[in-house]
Write a protein that binds this ligand. Structure first.
Ligand SMILES: [Zn+2]
Length: 482
């Protein structure tokens, strides 16, 4: 943008001052011309044909240029989280925000490497700072073509959504002197705002929590099948089960499930709503509708076990008053469960031992039908440490008549693990335990013929097969695997 060299040679010394003023004015006008040309995208044309610029400059001298300098167009943007992002202008200037778009600063650094949106697709899911982004499902993130701001629709040049609700749209033709023409939505694109009004800030904070919860939920699933299970409809894991099993039901929205004469309320977790459904030993084989899914209960035969015990032991079962008093304690302990999943990793076997009685055995004691053994018995040396199967809260640690020293651990959402016949209790009711913590020692207290751990799970007060849990979690009971 140098003054025209050919003009300098023709200037006489007497007219030098006037000529300098002219040259300065001309230089200034050229700046405006080039800026205007740049605004319209003709910068290359103007530079290649100075004559054209000169002519335009002269006509501008007649009609003074407007006081507001035309701004270069915002051409691309990227939000790297709820607060941070940048906008790049046609002249290469990059403005960045650290408060979700309330304020913008010209940043010295160019567009961060590998973050340029140009060359890639204009729309797309965000890659927030955290690794796991929102799961938009098969439809992908919203792709608005226009965004309505103050009743006027503006064409969208580029959009980006961090969740299904929160997104930004860079629009054309919107006059916004202080901030880039970047509109924000917190309701999935129904309404758009410019900048960061207070209520939008609150909505963003709430959405940040929602995204974190969704990421927590996603982390519960094995990578494969996670997206499928987290779709808006229903999921039942697994879809094929047997009496004694338990299934995990998820729905994308609140509600309840009717099952075997009871109603189970779906509890919020992550982006979904959950409940366990216990399949008691009495459930008949067949297909059952759970929301829009089908749960198939397959027949399973359980074996029979015959035990011989002393007459004294046999008489224990007749102490109905003590047994009922204990049952009240147990019922009270299992009547409250944390409305969240208290575990994060897989369940573990609480003790190394020999499986002496599997789950579901029909038990005869001294020749008489006694009960169905809805637990596993693991024989081990007296005093062997017993580990918590997973994280939870001790709902009951007490000495009971039939089950001896007993522990119930709440794992949340109506799921408890039970440990019986311990020689020693190492935890107290109300304690928080981590997976693997030593909670007691193997013994033979209560109705027991030798040192062993009687262990089971209770889902909504129905005893269910522990073998499903070991080395896994209900979230990983894929629908393909029974
Ligand atoms: Zn047992």
């Amino acid at each position: 943008m140098k003054p025209d060299q050919s003009k300098r040679g023709t200037d006489a010394p007497a007219t030098r001052r006037r000529s300098r003023r002219y040259r300065l004015a001309f230089a200034g006008l050229t700046v405006i011309v080039v800026a205007v040309a740049g605004w319209y995208g003709y910068d290359r044309l103007a530079l290649q044909a100075p004559g054209a610029g000169q002519e335009a400059g002269r006509s501008a001298a007649v009609e003074p240029a407007p006081a507001v300098k035309p701004k270069p167009e915002a051409v691309e943007f990227r939000m790297t989280g709820f607060e941070r992002g940048w906008v790049r202008y046609a002249d290469g200037v990059v403005k960045s925000t650290e408060d979700g778009g309330a304020t913008w600063k010209e940043s010295a650094a160019a567009v961060p490497q590998g973050q340029s949106a140009s060359g890639g697709t204009a729309e797309g899911a965000a890659s927030p700072d955290s690794a796991a982004a929102w799961d938009f499902g098969p439809g992908g993130p919203p792709k608005p073509e226009s965004a309505v701001y103050e009743t006027k629709p503006y064409p969208v040049k580029q959009s980006q959504f961090i969740t299904d609700r929160v997104g930004w749209a860079l629009v054309s033709g919107l006059e916004s002197p202080d901030v880039p023409p970047l509109l924000l939505t917190t309701d999935g694109g129904r309404t758009w705002r410019l900048g960061m009004p207070a209520e939008a800030g609150e909505a963003l904070q709430a959405e940040e929590i929602r995204l974190r919860q969704a990421q927590e939920e996603a982390a519960m699933y094995a990578a494969a099948g996670a997206a499928q299970a987290r779709q808006a409809g229903w999921s039942v894991q697994p879809e094929q089960a047997s009496p004694g099993d338990v299934v995990l039901v998820r729905r994308g929205e609140p509600g309840e499930v009717a099952w075997q004469g009871k109603t189970y309320k779906l509890q919020p977790f992550g982006a979904g709503y959950y409940t366990y459904l216990p399949i008691s030993m009495q459930v008949k084989p067949g297909d059952y509708a759970i929301g829009d899914r089908t749960l198939t209960v397959k027949a399973k035969t359980f074996e029979t076990q015959r035990l011989t015990v002393s007459k004294q032991m046999e008489s224990m079962k007749r102490e109905t008053e003590r047994i009922q008093a204990d049952q009240k304690k147990i019922d009270a302990a299992r009547s409250r469960s944390e409305p969240e999943f208290l575990f994060a990793s897989e369940f573990r076997q609480p003790v190394e031992g020999i499986l002496t009685t599997p789950y579901g055995y029909t038990r005869y004691v001294n020749g008489k039908l006694d009960s169905t053994h809805t637990a596993i018995d693991l024989a081990a040396k007296e005093g062997t440490p017993i580990h918590a199967t997973n994280d939870g809260i001790v709902a009951l640690a007490d000495s009971l008549y039939l089950t001896g020293n007993s522990i119930y651990i709440d794992h949340g959402m109506g799921l408890f693990s039970q440990y019986a016949h311990l020689s020693e209790l190492r935890v107290k009711t109300g304690a928080r335990v981590k997976r693997g913590d030593v909670i007691g020692l193997v013994g033979t207290t209560g109705f027991s013929t030798g040192p062993h751990l009687h262990f089971t799970f209770w889902a909504h007060n129905v005893p269910v097969n522990p073998n499903l849990f070991f080395g896994s979690t209900p979230f990983r009971w894929g629908s393909a695997k029974p």
